[in-house]
Each structure stands twice: as structure tokens, then as C-alpha cells.
Design a protein around this ligand. Structure first.
Ligand SMILES: *Cc1c(COP(=O)(O)O)cnc(C)c1O
Length: 469
């Protein structure tokens, strides 16, 4: 698709800024007389942007089974709530009682959903919540006068986990994954010592597996005085079914933009609220919004790690999450989890036999297949590219790192059985093509506006701006 600059034709402007009779006090020598803007008629501009928007793929276009990212459909009612004029307020106006009440109630809901004592809504992303959580772990041991240096992180974890650990000055120590897809208990026991700050677990993990040994894991870490952090970015399988507080979690972050209905993926604002136990509550970011005798109050704690975001986080996202929880209610939350798990297991069972399942057992909201059964050298990358031709966003590929040629598939609860079947059918066709027509796969995508790109070239020599000739 051509850029506006390339489509420009001298003299075809829809209106001319220079002809507008604008009075300014800007000295003449500072005024720009010549601005190299593309010249196009209004209809050309409208068509350009409309066609550009149609080249994009989002969950409003079609299924988006991007594992670990929970690209479920975000009901428009929550967008309506976020647009209520009275809530479209200047950040300072977040001090208005209505806004504070929403944040306070949301904190309470998150406590109830997770079984965790107290939440702060300040962190603006999952990774931001992680960093805040590790800072609290650090503050906890500093207060106790203990010098600990290591944080245990499973080898299947999201890359942000070891990154947050390092950023806080701790050393990430990998614990390996067992044959059954959970944490290898023997390895964990071997790596535990009084030098360990704690563990960062993802459960269900990035293989989509709920760790059967979770109670044993948290007990092992607690026995050494360590803290248990849960990366709760993927809460979709647990809503209304399991409370992480019940399996020994001390600190957790949630991704409101994944589980609780905020459009994401474009790098826009997110929200990664952080929850902690009663013992750790004083370390949460200041100020906290609490209620005393039915009065909303700000609470400042001397032991707080300080502020991690202006005001109380990204209010618009908090509003959407509040609206989402209220709209679907307690039974709705449980339905989300049950259907997310059902859809993933349905798809997994249907793909079994056609694709290799490195962990062939009941999964939670997502599951992993790999390309080891593919003939003619067809790879995960080829499968992903070809899926685009069938109208699907590809799943997450080559992650988790512990599975060679991994495809992490998360159908989510918002896809109909027809869509799940269409995806399964596309995957079967792709398997057939790999045998009889592998060229089709190595050249895919065949129907997309741009074909197969040279990814090395794109990464090493990105063309990020337009240059006039
Ligand atoms: C998405 C995700 C994160 C990071 O969340 P961001 O909001 O992108 O920073 C961390 N852990 C897991 C398991 C995730 O899926």
C-alpha cells in the first residue's frame, strides 16, 4: 500500500492552510512558509485511512488465539462505561468520590477473586506489576535485616519475570520443568536456601498446565522464609474457580487488559494491579485508597515503596474492568473460566494426532503444540503465516522457549464452536498442504496485503520513516 506522500499530486489539496486568513503574533522569520505535506483530495485521504484500518487485524475482525495474551472479545458495554462523560475526567478529578468509589470497589473485587488481602491499582502493565511486586519483596527483607539475593523463576516463564528480577538487582535462578509440565520439585528443593528471596510462579503456566504440586511448591519456599509471587497475567482459567491466596500466594499481579476486558495489543494503556497479603500491605505503593467508617480515605504508609504511577493507575482501564465484573457478575466470571478451559481442551483434543502435543494432558485456558510431526521441513513459522490466509491471527509462536517449535494456542471463551471448528479445519488443511503442497506454506501468506517478509532484514534495517527522493 502506498503512503500518503507517495500518492500526493501537486494541486489536489482539499484545502489550503496558506489561504486561511489566520492572524498570528509569530514573527515572520519564525513562520514556516513551506510545509512538505502530501497533497490529496479529501476522498483520497478518507479512502487511504479506511483501507489502512481494514489491513489491520484485531479481535473485532476475527479469532485471535494468541497464547498467553488472552485476546478475547471485549464487550462494547465496557467501552460505553469508559466513555460516560462524568468519568471522562482530569486525573486530579480522580479525587472525586465517584471515581474513588469505583477504584475502591474494584480493589475489593480483585481481593475477592484472588483471595488476596489488599490491592493497589497503580501499576500500568503486567511487567510493571511484577517490578512493583519484586520491590515489595526487597523492602520486606530489608526491613527484616536479611540479605537475600536470588529469585527462583521457572524456565517456562514469561520473559518479563527474569527481567523484573534483574531490574531489581536480584539474580534470577531457573528451576526446570518436569516431564509432566510443572515445576520439577527435586530441582526446586536443590535450589532453595536462605539466600532465596522467593519464587515467581505462573499457574496455570505458559504451557497451559495447572501445577498439581502447587501446595508443595509454596510450602517449600515458605519453609525457607521466602515469598511466593504469582504472575497472574493469565487469570482467565481461574476466575471463580481457584483463589491463588488459597494455594499459598503472597503477591500477585493481574492483567486487567487481558482478563478483564480492555482492548490491547497496540501498545496502548494497560493495567497490572498488584495484590499482597496482610503482612505485606504496608509496603504497597502510596497512597492507598481505603474505607473507614464508610468514608473513603487516602492512606500513606511509612514503609511504602513509594509511588509507581501518577494518581491510581490508568483510570479508564479500571473503569472497564469494574464494568466487566459488574456486567457478568459472580456466575459470569466462573462461566468465563469454564468456557475458556473447555474451548482450549476441545481444540487440543481435535488437533491431537495431526499435531504433536509435547504435554498431552488436560490443559487450562491454553495449550502447546509443536512442528515435530510436520513433513517436508515445514516449520511453526510457515504454519503461522498460512493461518493468516484462513482469516486467523496466528497463535503465539516459539514460546514457551522450552518447547522446540512451540505454538501456544489460546482460543478464549468468546469464540463460538463454529469458529473453533473452523480453526481446527484450517490446521488440518495446513497439515495436508505440508505433505502435498509445501510450497503453499513456505510462500504464505498468499492473501495478505504484504507477503512473506525478510524478518532478519526487517529487524536489522527497519525503514521507519519516509524519505523524499
Ligand atoms: C502478558 C504477560 C506478562 C506481561 O504483561 P504486560 O502487560 O505485557 O507487561 C507477564 N506474564 C505473562 C504470563 C503474560 O502473559
Amino acid at each position: 500500500m502506498k503512503l500518503l506522500n507517495e500518492k500526493s499530486k501537486t494541486g489536489s489539496s482539499s484545502f489550503n492552510v496558506r489561504l486561511l486568513d489566520i492572524q498570528t503574533n509569530i514573527p515572520e522569520e519564525l513562520q514556516r512558509v513551506d510545509l512538505d505535506l502530501p497533497e490529496l483530495s479529501e476522498v483520497e485521504v478518507v479512502r487511504h485511512y479506511t483501507n489502512l484500518s481494514k489491513s489491520n487485524f484485531g479481535v473485532d475482525n476475527g479469532p485471535y488465539p494468541l497464547g498467553s495474551c488472552t485476546m478475547k472479545y471485549n464487550p462494547k458495554i465496557n467501552e460505553v462505561a469508559a466513555k460516560i462523560p462524568e468519568f471522562n475526567i482530569h486525573p486530579l478529578s480522580q479525587h472525586n468520590k465517584g471515581a474513588l468509589e469505583i477504584i475502591y470497589q474494584l480493589q475489593q473485587y480483585l481481593c475477592e477473586i484472588t483471595g488476596i488481602h489488599a490491592f493497589s491499582t497503580q501499576p500500568a502493565a503486567g511487567a510493571h506489576g511484577e517490578l512493583t511486586g519484586i520491590m515489595i519483596m526487597k523492602a520486606w527483607f530489608e526491613k527484616r535485616g536479611e540479605k537475600r539475593t536470588k529469585v527462583i523463576v521457572p524456565d517456562s516463564s514469561h520473559g518479563t519475570n527474569p527481567a523484573s528480577v534483574s531490574l531489581c538487582g536480584f539474580e534470577p535462578v531457573h528451576v526446570i520443568t518436569s516431564q509432566s509440565g510443572g515445576i520439577d520439585l527435586g530441582d526446586l528443593r536443590q535450589k532453595m536456601s536462605k539466600d532465596v528471596v522467593g519464587i515467581m510462579i505462573t499457574n496455570p503456566n505458559t504451557l497451559g498446565i495447572f501445577d498439581d504440586n502447587i501446595l508443595e511448591i509454596t510450602k517449600t519456599v515458605h519453609d525457607y522464609g521466602g515469598l511466593c509471587y504469582l504472575d497472574g497475567a493469565n487469570m482467565n482459567a481461574m476466575l471463580g474457580v481457584v483463589k491463588p491466596g488459597d494455594f499459598g500466594i503472597d503477591i500477585i499481579h493481574l492483567n486487567l487488559h487481558k482478563t478483564f476486558s480492555t482492548p490491547h495489543g497496540g501498545g496502548g494503556p494497560g493495567s497490572g494491579p498488584l495484590g499482597v497479603t496482610k503482612e505485606l500491605e504496608p509496603f504497597l505503593p502510596n497512597p492507598r485508597i481505603i474505607k473507614e467508617n464508610e468514608e473513603l480515605k487516602f492512606e500513606q504508609s511509612n514503609e511504602s515503596i513509594g509511588k509507581v504511577h501518577s494518581f491510581y493507575g490508568n483510570f479508564g482501564i479500571l473503569l472497564r474492568a469494574y464494568s466487566y465484573i459488574r456486567a457478568i457478575g459472580t456466575s459470569g466470571l466462573r462461566n468465563v473460566a469454564e468456557n475458556a478451559v473447555l474451548n482450549a481442551n476441545y481444540m487440543k483434543e481435535k488437533l491431537k494426532g495431526h499435531y504433536h502435543l509435547p504435554y498431552d494432558r488436560i490443559c487450562q485456558h491454553e495449550f502447546v503444540i509443536d512442528d515435530s510431526l510436520m513433513p517436508n521441513g515445514i516449520t511453526t513459522n510457515d504454519i503461522a503465516k498460512r493461518l493468516m490466509d484462513f482469516g486467523f491471527h496466528p497463535p503465539t509462536i516459539y514460546f514457551p522457549l522450552i518447547v522446540k517449535g512451540a505454538m501456544l494456542i489460546e482460543p478464549t471463551e468468546t469464540e463460538s464452536k463454529e469458529n473453533l471448528d473452523a480453526f481446527i479445519e484450517a490446521m488440518k488443511v495446513i497439515k495436508e498442504e505440508a505433505e502435498h503442497n509445501p510450497e503453499k506454506l513456505t510462500k504464505a501468506p498468499l492473501n495478505a496485503p504484504i507477503g512473506r517478509i525478510d524478518i532478519v532484514h526487517a529487524a536489522r534495517k527497519p525503514k521507519l520513516r519516509w524519505h523524499s527522493k
